[in-house]
Ligand binder design. Structure first.
Ligand SMILES: Nc1ncnc2c1ncn2[C@@H]1O[C@H](COP(=O)(O)OP(=O)(O)O)[C@@H](O)[C@H]1O
Ligand SMILES: [Mg+2]
Length: 231
């Protein structure tokens, strides 16, 4: 379970990233984080894995508290799929990208290979194993980037605009791939149909604060609210 209590963060120079955000996510729950550009979605995800320091509040995953002095412990429980897959794929082959994290954790070659195979299997992309990330389609890159995060065996997965750069067919493949994953998922997106398909709950961010939350279909059909939040 992910428990976020009254967190705020500020960028150097005093630009507010987000303020007073609280929510909880149950095991296996999928939560959409929606909001216009600049609403604070990416900043919130970066804070949840300890990349962007909090100025106040707390983040706790299954009893482990995010500790600014020692973010490593929580980072092993939370994985982030970046908006741009190219930030996550940098080796000559997908296989090498997949074993990179586990080997860095100190796992044996054999265990790292097992994790790579499991991640490819879970996402239904074993055929991408020996491909170069430079020669994949947008949809393939997205799934491969998700696979690199799966190899770290996180409990909570964070996704930043996962449908960015995807055509409709790749988008459908992504929905199919995400639905069976057993993780708690926090999905930042301004793609409302996607959010409604994958998530049972949505948080609407406006100017760095939660403006509303509830069932995606109910929230997204409130046109005055959507208009107010730039969605
Ligand atoms: N690296 C940064 N330095 C300073 N301000 C930033 C930085 N990244 C984002 N911001 C600011 O923080 C606010 C939230 O941005 P962001 O989290 O990127 O929103 P979103 O992902 O919803 O588009 C915006 O005002 C944005 O300009
Ligand atoms: Mg963003």
């Amino acid at each position: 379970m992910l428990v976020v209590r009254d967190i705020s963060a500020v960028y150097p120079g005093g630009i507010r990233a987000f303020t007073g955000v609280s929510f909880e996510a149950e095991a296996r729950e999928n939560i959409a984080l929606v909001g216009a550009n600049g609403a604070g979605k990416t900043s919130l995800l970066l804070a949840l894995i300890g990349i962007l320091p909090l100025s106040s509040g707390s983040v706790n995953v299954d009893g482990v508290e995010l500790d600014p002095e020692n973010p490593g412990e929580l980072r092993r429980k939370v994985g982030l799929v970046f908006q741009n897959p190219e930030d996550q794929l940098f080796m000559p082959s997908i296989y090498e990208d997949l074993v990179f994290g586990p080997l860095n954790l100190g796992l044996s070659g054999e265990r790292a290979a097992r994790r790579a195979a499991d991640a490819l299997e879970l996402l239904g992309i074993p055929q991408l194993r020996d491909r170069s990330p430079l020669r994949l389609s947008g949809g393939e890159k997205r799934l491969a980037a998700i696979a690199t995060v799966l190899t770290m065996r996180p409990e909570v997965m964070l996704f930043d605009e996962p449908t960015a750069f995807l055509d409709p067919r790749a988008r459908r493949s992504l929905v199919t791939a995400l639905k069976p994953l057993p993780h708690t998922k926090i999905i930042a997106t301004h793609d409302l149909p996607f959010a409604a398909q994958v998530c049972s709950r949505a948080l609407i961010l406006k100017d760095g604060a939660i403006r509303a939350q509830g069932r995606p279909d109910a929230l997204f059909s409130d046109s005055a609210l959507m208009e107010e939040c730039g969605l």
